[in-house]
Design a protein around this ligand. Structure first.
Ligand SMILES: [Fe+2]
Length: 338
């Protein structure tokens, strides 16, 4: 592989077998400039190119294209279904509390966890509850559905590959943060179905989970997660994650109103400017980035100047109080779901 130094124009020759990973640094042997090198991955074929000169869009779609093309051969995460079944029962005029109890009971681990949460400091009453139906009654159906959704989604953030665990933990903190924040914003603006934006918040960055699982499982991508920084990971997947996540969730049968939020949470197109749920999740995403819930923090973000805050009529003071409240609540919930 030949890497042309952008400073002195010297052609550095590297043995292809010595290439350590997708992103690495090395010193130009002529002028000693430290160069950053990015190897582009095109499906399973590794195409090597020197960096500093990557044209915009060159890298675009490569990991996503690989996933689109190989979805039937890849081991991709299976989406949880219990929360969806609970929502169906709740939306069914003939559905009853007993139906919800039976559904939760059908998953023994979930039933134990729900009992535990009903007796936890946040939801616990004076008397300890040992019966699942009583536990669900104490929590209420809204909270039960929210907790089941969160517990099921948490399972998507585990891996046997030790090097990706930190990334997954950060992504989980962000997902839960956005879910909790979206629900709080929804309550604040008088929204009726807050469980839906909670789910949308949990799934908004699902594209990153797909990229991470695929990069970790397919050695052909040659990604060394021990060396890859968080920023480098996000740079690799950022461009396509929203579209990719929406595509996968839609293939899995999730409704368009949810996949639409996932597809546009980073940038709201003009035709979606009236979509209140989308504004709620987009704003929750920015709020979590501002307070540092997740792997990245940008404390300079001015939430009050966003189109979403203005469209939801949230003042600077209300946003500041949401920041504090949602950060606390996310940490409390994270601890409880451990
Ligand atoms: Fe995102």
């Amino acid at each position: 592989m030949k890497i042309n130094c952008p400073i002195c124009r010297h052609d550095n020759l590297l043995n292809d077998d010595d290439l350590p990973r997708l992103l690495f640094s090395f010193q130009c042997e002529s002028c000693n400039t430290l160069l950053s090198v990015k190897i582009q991955v095109n499906a399973l074929n590794v195409v090597k190119t020197g960096r500093q000169k990557t044209k915009p869009g060159e890298r675009k779609n490569q990991i996503a294209a690989f996933i689109y093309e190989n979805k039937d051969k890849l081991k991709l995460p299976v989406l949880p279904i219990l929360a969806t079944k609970i929502r169906k029962v709740r939306n069914d005029p003939d559905g009853s509390l007993n139906d919800v109890v039976d559904l939760v009971r059908s998953d023994q681990t979930m039933a134990t966890k729900i009992l535990e949460l009903a007796n936890s400091a946040l939801y616990g009453g004076l008397v300890e509850i040992t019966d699942l139906k009583m536990a669900i009654m104490r929590l209420g159906l809204n909270v039960t559905e929210t907790l089941v959704t969160a517990l099921e989604n948490k399972q998507l953030y585990s891996s046997d590959t030790a090097s990706v665990v930190t990334l997954l933990e950060g992504l989980w903190e962000h997902a839960l943060g956005v879910a909790v924040t979206a629900q709080k914003i929804a309550e604040h603006v008088g929204h009726e179905q807050t469980e839906e934006v909670f789910t949308a918040g949990l799934l908004h960055d699902f594209g990153y989970i797909l990229c991470l699982q695929v990069l970790a499982q397919n050695e052909s991508f040659n990604v060394d997660f021990c060396q890859l920084s968080n920023d480098e990971f996000f740079k690799l997947c950022e461009e396509e994650h929203a579209k990719l996540g929406a595509w996968y969730l839609s293939e899995a049968g999730l409704p368009p109103r949810l996949t639409n939020i996932v597809a546009h949470h980073e940038e709201i197109p003009s035709e979606e400017s009236d979509n209140q749920d989308l504004h709620i999740v987009a704003l929750a995403n920015l709020l979590c980035k501002k307070v540092g819930l997740g792997l990245r923090q940008d404390s300079e973000i001015r939430l009050d100047l966003t189109e979403s805050a203005q469209s939801l009529n949230l003042s600077e003071v209300q946003l500041a109080s949401l920041e504090v409240h949602c950060e606390d609540l996310t940490h409390q919930l994270m601890d409880m779901l451990k």
